[in-house]
Design a protein around this ligand. Sequence first.
Ligand SMILES: O=c1ccn([C@@H]2O[C@H](COP(=O)(O)OP(=O)(O)O[C@H]3O[C@H](CO)[C@H](O)[C@H](O)[C@H]3O)[C@@H](O)[C@H]2O)c(=O)[nH]1
Length: 344
Amino acid sequence: MLVALSGRRFAITGGTGSFGHAMVTHLLRSGAAEVRVLSRDEAKQDQMRGRLRDDRVRYHIGDVRDLGTVAQVTRNVDFVFHAAALKQVPSCEFFPLEAMRTNVLGSANVVEACDRNEVGSLVLLSTDKAVHPVNAMGMTKALMEKVAQAHVRTRPDSATTVSCVRYGNVMYSRGSVIPLFVDQIRRNQPLTVTDPGMTRFLMSLADSVDLVERAFTRATPGDIYIRKASACTIGDLANAIGNLFGVTPKLEILGIRHSEKTHETLASREELRHAEDLGDFYRVPLDTRDLNYAPYEKEGVPGTDPLFDFNSANAPRLDVPEIEALLRTLPEIRAELGTAMAAA
Ligand SMILES: O=c1ccn([C@@H]2O[C@H](COP(=O)(O)OP(=O)(O)O[C@H]3O[C@H](CO)[C@H](O)[C@H](O)[C@H]3O)[C@@H](O)[C@H]2O)c(=O)[nH]1
C-alpha cells in the first residue's frame, strides 16, 4: 500500500502504454484520489476507460510537445510520472527529429509545467538504451535525463523534486520479443532469434512500478534510480518460453538488427564511481558541482572508476528454469497457458 501516496492526485503522461497502464492500476489500488492520463490516442483511452471503470481516472487527449496542454494537465496534482515517449528503436532511427521533439522537448515541457505548477514530485522514465547510446531512441532519452538534471542545477529553489528511473526491458510490453515468441509458438512457427548469445535485462511490470514508487517518495532532486535487474540470453529466453508451452522450439537466427547492442548497460562505470548502493537499487546522485569554468578546471574529486559497467553481460544471469519461473509470474503468460491448456 502506498501510504505516502494514498489520497493524492497524480498525472501520468503516456498513461495508456504498458507501463503507464500498470502504474495507473497500481495507484488506483493504493488509494489515489485522482489519476489524470495524458496521451494522444483516443481509442486506447477508450479501451482503458472500459477496462478500469473508475471515476477517479480523468482522460486528457494531448501531446507532451505542447507546453499549454501539459501545464493544464499538471495543475493541482501532487505527483507526475512522465512515460510518454517515442520508444521504438527503428522509428526513432528513421525520424530522429521526431524523437527529439517528443523525448527531449516534450520532456522539457513536462519539467517546466511541473515546476510552474509546483508539483511535489516528477519522475521521468528512462531506459538502459540511454547509457552509451548507439541509436536515436537512446540518445534522446540520454538528453532527457540531462534536461531533468539541468533543471535541478539551474533552479535549486524549485518546489518540484525531479528524478529519473532507468529500466531495462519490461517483460511482455507491447511489441516486445516475449509476446512475439509466444505468438510464434501458437502459430507453430520457428522463433526468430537475432542472436542467441545477446543479453537483456528482464524486469516485470510489477518491479518497474515499485521503482517509480520509490523515486516518488524518496528521491532527492536530480537522482537517477536504477534497479539491479537480472539478465538472460535471448537463446535461453526462447527455450524457456518453448518449455512453458511444452515444445522444443526451432530457432531461426536473424542476426543483430540495425542500431542494436549485443549487451545493454544500466549504469556506466563513471556513474558507479559515485552511485549509492541501496541493495536492490543504485541511486546515482546529481553532480552538483558548479559548472562555471574556473571551478570546472580546478575542482576534481578523488577516486577511480570501477573496471566495469553494470551491464546485461555481467549482471546476475538467469538460467532457463529461472526464466521459466519468472515468466510464470506474468499475468499475460498465465492467461496464455490457461488458454493453451483449455485447447489441449
Ligand atoms: O524477433 C525478434 C525480436 C527481438 N529479438 C531480441 O530480443 C531482445 C529484446 O528485443 P525487444 O524488441 O523486445 O526489445 P529491445 O531490446 O529491442 O528494446 C525494447 O526495450 C527497450 C528498453 O531497453 C525499449 O523499451 C524499447 O522500446 C523496446 O523495444 C533483443 O536482444 C532482440 O535482438 C529477437 O531475438 N527476435
